[in-house]
Design a protein around this ligand. Structure first.
Ligand code: ADP
Ligand code: ASP
Ligand code: MG
Length: 417
């Protein structure tokens, strides 16, 4: 007998039939004697619709009201699942973030979980074996008592945080794929499912664009050493032996992984924009003059490349920002033109970042060089490069994303045989 968190994403609760299927998964674990807290997302597409409504109402809407609107999707699925579970004869109660409470920071639309009081949920496990159905993605900022949301994909983070708060043995993330693959299986059919992946590698995969888990959920899993198991919600609940090991991927500490491949996986993101500041005087303080105002505007700069300008006398600085910050970033640089002193600003939004990840890179040289040669062989031009201990990324034209990912996937021996 143990204690489990079961998290179900949007496609898994997309309609009442799927919610019934989810309820049968929950029943299976309850029947096996486990204490269960379920965390649910909004129905597929619902959050997008709510975000769109806020934009329609006003492009400059108040972030607190945005949160009041977008948190509602999860409230609906939590209530519906509790109703269906009760119909199966299972004691169940829905919980919104503020009712537990899940205390967060005041960063509306991208709040961080600070503290969760799991005592009431634990009492109810003990006293009446009641299943808790928790609305994911949301919390409360205690100082104002207002609802907050955790950023897109935030229900994963709710799930891992609840698992830590109730001292669960494991956090199961049920989604529309049966695990974490070497790259997005919807883009590369030859992608291979990983049986296990280290928190560090998963953190990089998620940060570089693999949306199967929200980055923050992996960080929390690592901090609390909470095993996270990614698996499919589309498996028939009745076919699963609760004592067996179903298909899926365990995210765990590095020590638990015996096989250590040099490259674990490949992630990509088209949510990038490139800005090149041309012909800057090459003197101390220039980088600060560019990146200071961007930092003040809360814009995250990712890749940075500096090279000699065409005229041979000045320097060019190229960097990337999230596509959603592109206009603000460009305006910030233009606004600081007098202080920076440059001739021209070039930009591109049809770019993509492809990242190769593997903690095995720590002890292997030349991994990135192989990629550069393979991409050149496909005539794919690299606009910028960044490297770190267990990852490197290249910025390329977005049109070549799939080709680049497939080429590198094959190069590093990740293809399914
Ligand atoms: P949910 O609604 O359950 O939270 P998401 O859509 O957020 O599901 O995440 C699951 C999706 O993540 C998959 O459908 C898949 O296309 C995508 N994905 C991207 N990279 C990977 C990867 N490396 N392994 C598995 N899935 C991935
Ligand atoms: N419903 C939210 C979203 O779509 C949270 C989640 O699904 O994890 O971003
Ligand atoms: Mg998700």
């Amino acid at each position: 007998m143990g204690r489990l968190v079961m998290k179900f994403g949007g496609t898994s609760v997309a309609n009442i039939d799927r919610i019934r299927n989810v309820a049968r998964h929950v029943k299976r674990e309850v029947d096996a004697g486990h204490d269960v807290a379920v965390v649910v997302s909004a129905m597929a597409g619902k959050t997008n619709e709510l975000v769109e409504w806020c934009r329609d109402a006003s492009p400059m809407h108040d972030a607190r009201e945005y949160d009041a609107v977008v948190a509602s999707g999860e409230q609906i699925t939590a209530g519906l699942l509790a109703i269906v579970l009760q119909g199966l004869g299972i004691q169940a109660r829905s919980w919104q973030g503020w009712q537990i409470p899940i205390r967060t920071s005041d960063a509306h639309a991208s709040a961080r979980i600070l503290e969760i009081d799991g005592s009431e949920l634990i009492n109810r496990f003990k006293e009446r074996k009641e299943v808790a159905v928790v609305a994911g993605f949301q919390g409360i900022y205690p100082h104002t008592g207002r609802i907050t949301t955790l950023g897109r994909g935030g229900s994963d983070t709710s799930a891992v945080a609840i698992a830590a708060a109730i001292h669960a043995d494991r956090c199961d993330i049920y989604t529309d794929v049966d695990g974490v693959y070497t790259t997005d299986p919807r883009v590369v059919p030859k992608a291979r499912r990983l049986d296990k992946i280290a928190f560090e590698d998963m953190l990089e995969l998620a940060s570089q664009g693999a949306k199967v888990l929200q980055v923050r959920s992996v960080e929390l899993g690592m901090v609390h050493n909470m095993p996270v198991f990614v698996r499919s919600s589309f498996d028939k609940p009745e076919d699963i032996d609760p004592r067996g090991t179903p298909p899926g991927t365990l995210i765990c500490s590095e020590e638990e992984i015996m096989e250590n491949h040099v490259v674990t996986g490949i992630a990509f993101s088209k949510d990038e924009a490139q800005i090149s500041v041309r012909q800057i005087q090459d003197k101390p303080g220039v980088a600060a003059a560019i990146f200071g105002p961007l930092a003040d505007a809360n814009i995250n700069v990712d890749m940075i490349v500096q090279n000699v300008s065409e005229d041979g006398a000045t320097t060019d600085l190229t960097f990337t920002v999230p596509a959603s910050d592109y206009t603000r970033a460009r305006d910030t640089i233009t606004g600081a033109k007098a202080r920076i002193g440059y001739a021209r600003l070039d930009s591109a939004t049809d770019v993509a970042k492809v990242s190769v990840i593997g903690s095995g890179m720590r002890s292997h040289a030349g991994v990135a060089a192989q990629a550069f040669a393979a991409l050149a062989g496909r005539n794919i031009n690299i606009r910028a490069i960044t490297t770190s201990e267990i990852k490197f990324s290249v910025l390329i034209d977005a049109a070549y994303t799939e080709l680049a990912v497939r080429t590198l996937h094959t190069l590093y021996g990740l293809d399914q045989v």
